[in-house]
Every structure is written in structure tokens, then in C-alpha cells.
Design a protein around this ligand. Structure first.
Ligand code: DGY
Length: 318
């Protein structure tokens, strides 16, 4: 059996594929594989491990309908045409659960970095602008005791909520398509309407999937319904906020700050105005990038690949 891997995965994954006698071809170039190259690379393969934002769309699935399984190196699957995959009988696996803690850590890190203008202050040192102790530099704001609003209280949102509650006694409110009773019991999270979430959150953290319903959800009109001293955090998908509107909302002080691990587009242009704003922190989509999480993701991927190649149900099928 043969698998094509379109990028790097943790070495434990490679080792386990080899132990299962699966022969590996791997994309080694330091750039994302193109759609055409991916189709070509998958010819003669039995399975694909898709690393990065490859579009697993109808065109790809038709050209690669011989694949027995596709394992995504992500929990998100917005890049996949699920209906076309079903039509071509190709099961799609993802990596849920194992990256919740790391991704929530990133959201928490961004919340603090924004609230204390940490990235902006750091850049002052780099630029040689730290000349003397200044008691009132660009002042931050505190999150202690404030209200965290979670848009999408699933596994990752719950981890973020738990950290905020335990560390800063933040009150947790959330908005989902359906209520998360487990979270309500566990941390006393309160379900609110989307409008209430906007009006009451001091920190609003996005943890939902990118779907037709959530695409471009955070527009200027939406930012206008948030508090003027609020912080917007997005570690989910850049497509959920409208980046032009977010820039305007920050420039016009409609909201106070923003922390992004995901942008639209990715990679972000180095001249994007967000990068020079005081109360903004941006990271290059590193939400789950820890050694522990990458290893756990690779192990799930191998389980999905092995099951798919045997014609069995994938343990983590989207
Ligand atoms: C995920 O797992 O969805 C991460 O965002 C990487 O794409």
C-alpha cells in the first residue's frame, strides 16, 4: 500500500506508517504543493495525507477517485467538499480532540498579548525605541474578572473558557447553534443570543468551524455591536472575520484590540496595517504547533490511514 504525504508530519507518524508496511512518498519542497501537482502526485497512490490548505474539491476527488482514504492533518475540514468525497466513496479523516489544549493556549496567549500590547512593545525594543523607563507608555487593559464570550463552545472553546475562568475568574458566556449543557454544568457557561454575546463580551473568542453560516460572520456591522473596549480573538479560521472590516473597526476604535492566529488571506501580507497597530497581535497559524500535539495528530492520521486502507470505518471520520 502506498501513501502520498503533502508536507511534514511528526516522525512518529512516519515510523508507524513504516511499521504498517505502507510505502511513503513525501512532498519535500519548502512551498505548498499546487492543485495540479497534488493530483499528479496522487496517481499510483492508495491514500493521501493532506498537510496544509490543499483544496480537496470535486475536481481533485474526481481526478483521484482511486484513493481509498484521505487523512487531513487538521481538525478543520472546510477545505474539503464532503458531498463530492461521499459521491466518490472516499472517506475523509481529521484529527479532533488532540489539539484543543494547544489551540486554546494560543487563544489565551493572544488575549494577554493584546491586552498588554505586548507585540507592539516588543517591536519598540527591536526598533531601538526603548530609551528610558516610561510609567505611562501605551497602556494595556486587564482581563481579570471580565466577561469572556465564546463563539462556538466545542472542545477548543471549552478549553479556552476553562483557562479564563480558572486564571482570571472570568464570567463565561457563549453562543452556539445548540446548547452545550456539559459546559454549562462544568464551568457555569451561560448561553446567550449572538446579539447578547456581542454586547456583553469584554473578550470575544472565536472557536467555530468555517461553514457557509460562519463565513464573514464578523463584519463592520457586527463589530459595531461590540463594546468599544473589547478584544476580538480568532484562532479558528480567517474567513470567519472580514479582515477589511476588522481593520476599520480597530482604526476607528469601534473595538479596542484583536488577536489573530488566522488571517484572510494566509499568509498575511507583511504590509498589512494590522501588523503595526498597538493593540493587535498576529501569529502565523501556529495554534496547534507543539511537539506533543503534532505527534498526537500524526498518530491519529496513521490510525485513519490504516483503517481506510483496510476498508474499515475510520476512527476519526468527518
Ligand atoms: C486545524 O487543525 O484545523 C488547524 O487550524 C490547522 O489547519
Amino acid at each position: 500500500m502506498r501513501v502520498f504525504i503533502s508536507g511534514n508530519i511528526a516522525s512518529v507518524g512516519i515510523k508507524e506508517l513504516e511499521e504498517n508496511n505502507i510505502s511513503i512518498t513525501q512532498w519535500k519542497e519548502n512551498r505548498q504543493i499546487t492543485a495540479e501537482e497534488l493530483i499528479e502526485a496522487c496517481q499510483g497512490q492508495d491514500a493521501l495525507i493532506s498537510v496544509g490548505p490543499n483544496k480537496i474539491n470535486a475536481q481533485f476527488l474526481k481526478a483521484c477517485s482511486h484513493l481509498k482514504v484521505i487523512a487531513l492533518h487538521s481538525v478543520g475540514y472546510d477545505q474539503v467538499d464532503i458531498a463530492a468525497a461521499k459521491k466518490n466513496n472516499i472517506p475523509i479523516g481529521n484529527t479532533p480532540g488532540v489539539l484543543s489544549v494547544a489551540t486554546a493556549d494560543t487563544a489565551f496567549l493572544l488575549m494577554l498579548a493584546v491586552s498588554r500590547k505586548a507585540f507592539f512593545s516588543y517591536k519598540k525594543i527591536i526598533k531601538g525605541e526603548w530609551e528610558n523607563y516610561e510609567p505611562s507608555p501605551e497602556l494595556g487593559i486587564e482581563v481579570n474578572g471580565k466577561t469572556l464570550g465564546v463563539f462556538g463552545l466545542g472542545k477548543i472553546g471549552l478549553e479556552m473558557a476553562k483557562k479564563c475562568k480558572a486564571t482570571y475568574k472570568m464570567e463565561v458566556i457563549y453562543h452556539n447553534r445548540s446548547r452545550n449543557e456539559e459546559a454549562e454544568k462544568e464551568i457555569g457557561a451561560k448561553y446567550v443570543s449572538f446579539e447578547e454575546l456581542l454586547a456583553q463580551s469584554d473578550v470575544l473568542s472565536v472557536h467555530t468551524a468555517l461553514t457557509p453560516e460562519t463565513k464573514d460572520k464578523f463584519t463592520l456591522d457586527v463589530f459595531k455591536q461590540m463594546k468599544s473596549n473589547s478584544i476580538f480573538i480568532n484562532t479558528a479560521r480567517g474567513g470567519i472575520h472580514n479582515e477589511k472590516d476588522l481593520i476599520q473597526a480597530l482604526e476607528e476604535k469601534i473595538i479596542w484590540g484583536a488577536g489573530l492566529d488566522v488571517t484572510n488571506p494566509e499568509p498575511m501580507d507583511k504590509d498589512n496595517p494590522l501588523l503595526s497597530m498597538e493593540s493587535v497581535a498576529v501569529l502565523p497559524h501556529i495554534g496547534s504547533a507543539t511537539e506533543e500535539t503534532r505527534a498526537a495528530m500524526a498518530q491519529i492520521i496513521v490510525k485513519n490511514i490504516v483503517a481506510g486502507l483496510r476498508g474499515e470505518k475510520l476512527p476519526f471520520e468527518v
